[in-house]
Write a protein that binds this ligand. Structure first.
Ligand code: NAD
Ligand code: UGA
Length: 458
């Protein structure tokens, strides 16, 4: 079959693969290829057991794979073959040298830019889909323009706003798609080519176009604003616990103001995931770099409150369980950073489990999708840890339950049955406020929600 366009995604991770899968699904006349340097990841994308758990994704992959969607490890050959390239490689926080712990590590990004330059025999549109510091496109342009004169590159910024667990819906029906470009003749033509792809399934009004630096910065700012809302409500949850107010009631009363809005006001044990912390720290670094220490301090406090919320949760467990956890068995219900994903990157459960182990507690971890990742995260921890998928078996014989992930299934567990199997007095620390607290108290638990009065018999 002759395809109308040939599109390449570099980086078959949580964002690269689903976004390319969506293009393949919506544009059957385009050939879409996804490459990665990790052969196991590519083998998994070509198998029946995909490397990421994302509701609804399997069905679309089954429909498109081998038809107009292909996964490959041959990065160089695919760069030669494709003229539209989405770069979706990871951009983690730097762990070494200048900016360590703050700035984005751009080594994977730069390697890709050089590979594109080395393997391009025809002109290409190169699209930043990864989240990057402002002005990265300029660095990309400089690398790409250091080569042969007859091959040209247009760099666009097209940051991705999907969230894990809802990726399919977010990609199919996004609030908006953002495309930043140079305002030159060829920049505008490249932008039009990308608009043409998205308008295959989205109305033109949903596509925002801007200058390239605004697009890069908007992605960091969107994540910073979302994380800021979570930290704002979590900070107030601490006050609620002191003053007998109820954070759900406060969030409802505040969020019904249409200027504020109801979303992202769920108090909990803090935000996790690979991006919020990384992107805010990147923003903080950029503010310092541009000589704006006050702005940097403002955004850094969003991360500090997130850490405070996790430490508060642990301190509460310790205090409520008579100041000693040594030898006690704690069941961690949920290890993923949010429901409907197996991803555990920056999950609050990692930090909290480490603290429990430091107190010499025995930890039993349960999760429907994230146990393999949990075991990898905790591989080097000392202490007693076990992994049990079935929540009833995991809780049996434990002194306490700590709910870490808002899996829908955890709302509906038979807590009476669980209570009967636990050591008494039994404790329930609901880090996500998803359990029926009154009912569990009546069953016999001592219940400690977030931002609400505890229900205890002591
Ligand atoms: P990821 O680690 O899951 O995937 C990145 C992939 O890129 C890895 O499989 C890695 O092997 C591959 N890779 C690295 N260098 C490569 C190279 N030179 N050639 C080919 N492949 C290479 O990361 P992710 O979660 O998909 O995030 C990717 C980017 O997207 C990040 O910048 C992130 O901030 C951004 N983002 C992520 C999400 C999300 O929900 N995870 C959402 C929006 C934006
Ligand atoms: C987030 C953004 O929502 C996406 O728009 C963005 O594209 C993505 O980051 C990214 O750049 O990687 P994601 O991290 O997958 O998506 O998931 P979210 O739904 O945003 O949740 C992030 C964290 O905040 C989770 O740990 C979640 O439990 C927590 N959260 C969220 C709360 O504690 N309370 C809330 O009200 C909302």
């Amino acid at each position: 079959m002759k395809f109308k366009k040939k599109i390449l995604g570099i980086g078959a991770g949580y964002v690269g693969a689903p976004s390319m899968v969506m293009i393949a699904s919506k544009c059957p006349d385009y050939k879409v290829t996804v490459v990665d340097i990790n052969p196991e990841r590519i083998a998994a994308w070509n198998s029946d057991r995909l490397p990421v758990y994302e509701p609804g994704l399997d069905a679309i992959v089954r429909k498109t794979r081998g038809r107009n969607l292909f996964f490959s490890t041959d990065v160089e050959a695919q760069i030669q073959e494709n003229d539209i390239i989405f770069v979706c490689v990871n951009t983690p926080t730097k762990t070494f040298g200048a900016g360590a712990g703050m700035a984005a590590d751009l080594q994977y990004w730069e390697k890709t830019a050089r590979q594109i330059l080395e393997n391009s025999k025809t002109s290409k549109i190169v699209i930043e889909k990864s989240t990057l510091p402002i002005k990265t496109a300029q660095a990309m342009e400089r690398i790409l323009s250091s080569g042969k004169k007859n091959v040209t590159f247009d760099v666009l910024s097209n940051p991705e706003f999907m969230a894990e667990g809802t990726a399919v819906n977010d990609l199919e029906n996004p609030d908006r798609v953002l495309i930043g470009s140079r305002e030159t003749k060829s920049g505008l033509a490249a932008r039009a080519a990308l608009v043409e792809i998205y308008t295959r399934w989205l109305p033109r009004e949903k596509i925002i176009t801007s200058n390239i630096w605004s697009a890069e910065l908007s992605k960091l700012v969107a994540n910073a604003f979302l994380a800021q809302r979570v930290s704002s409500i979590n900070s107030i949850s601490a006050l609620c616990e002191k003053a007998d107010a109820d954070i759900s009631e406060v969030a409802h009363a505040v969020g019904t103001d249409s200027r504020i809005g109801a979303k992202f006001l769920k108090a909990g044990i803090g935000f996790g995931g690979s991006c919020f912390k990384k992107d805010i720290l990147n923003l903080v670094y950029l503010c310092r770099f541009y000589g704006l220490p006050e702005v940097a301090a403002y955004w850094e406090s969003v991360v500090r409150i997130n850490e405070y919320q996790q430490d508060r949760f642990i301190a509460n467990i310790l205090r409520s369980m008579f100041n000693t956890l040594a030898g006690k068995k704690i069941c961690v219900l949920g290890f993923a950073f949010k429901a409907d994903t197996g991803d555990t990157r920056e999950s609050p459960a990692i930090h909290i489990t480490r603290k429990l182990l430091a107190e010499h507690a025995e930890v039993v971890i349960s999760d429907p999708q994230a146990l393999a990742n949990a075991a990898a995260d905790l591989a080097h921890e000392k202490g007693k840890i076990s992994y049990v998928e079935d929540p009833y078996r995991a809780a049996a014989g434990c002194h306490a339950l700590a709910v870490m992930t808002d899996w829908e299934a955890y709302r509906k567990l038979d807590y009476r049955k669980i209570y009967k199997s636990m050591v008494k007095p039994a404790f329930l620390f609901d880090g996500r406020n998803i359990v029926d607290h009154r009912k569990c108290f009546e069953i016999g638990f001592n219940v400690f929600p977030i931002g609400k009065p505890a229900l205890t018999r002591f």
